[in-house]
Design a binder for this molecule. Sequence first.
Ligand SMILES: [Zn+2]
Ligand SMILES: [Zn+2]
Length: 343
Amino acid sequence: MMDAIILDRFGAPEVLRFGQVERPSIRADQLLIRVAACGVCGHDLLNRAGHFAGTHLPAVLGHEIAGTVDDVGDLVTRFKVGDRVALLQRQSCGRCRSCREGRENLCRLGDGFYGEGSSGGYGQFVVASERNTVGLPAEIPFEVGAVLSCAVGTGLHALLRARVQAGDSVVVTGAGGGVGLNTVQLARLMGLRTIAIATSDAKIKQLQASGADEVIVAPDGVFHEQVRASSAGEGAAAVIEITGTPTFNSSIRAVRPGGRLVLVGNVNPGNVALNPAVAILKEIEVIGSAHAVVADLIRVVDLVKHQRLVPLISATLPIAQAAVAHRMLAQRAAVGRIVLMHG
Ligand SMILES: [Zn+2]
Ligand SMILES: [Zn+2]
């Protein structure tokens, strides 16, 4: 058996219960990971509330995982017991067309997201494969390693999907959030002119420190006129849309002719109204970007190891306080990720 935060029913943070569940077992091609740290993500709040059809109860949430290898199957060659590792947030099959093309984030045949298709990092142990495991250098603490895939890799993947080049302007919505702050840091490393969209004044200083060239505070989700005004009336080469429905309409209007709107996050599941003419007349590309691939995670580990990027961790809490962490995230009180630690 193992300790875990268990979700028996969907609902408010209080439904998260500390208890014991069966320890997962591995196949010959898998690794057993002893979880040291697990990040808390907006995705977890949606999952806990019952928004994901693939989550079957009882469930153990948590897809932002770092820890040590506790056991390996006979077919595992690249990792050994005791290795420190960070995991990609979902498991792919390794055989389908998406996996063969290095787009394993699109695989539909593997075990999927931790916390949905498989038992997640709010438990003491998780199963991984070599395909979603990356070595974590000793310089990077577990609480930082835990957030590299989701909170940093997601932003890197989106910026790569945007096909931007040094000198281009890029808008980042939800910039004060866990993914947003890291995306702003990544944009600076890529030599982009970065316009950060935030919902309150509280995060302006942090965004400037993270490398934002301009911060627009837009509590109503409307900012495209300001973006155009600061880019010779044109708009930005790309908008990285991390917020979703509340900002979508202003985001697409902030894109310059021939530019790209990359959809990464959606805090309020639901539909948006789109007048097709907006995209047609400016030949705007609307591009989906789904979390990260292992190549992104490898790059992020390297950037953080060499301190070119410092992911912000706002708090670490013992795993038993998962409900507290969910409430803190829902109130958007924290700057940076909250990470749960296993004892
Ligand atoms: Zn996440
Ligand atoms: Zn696959």
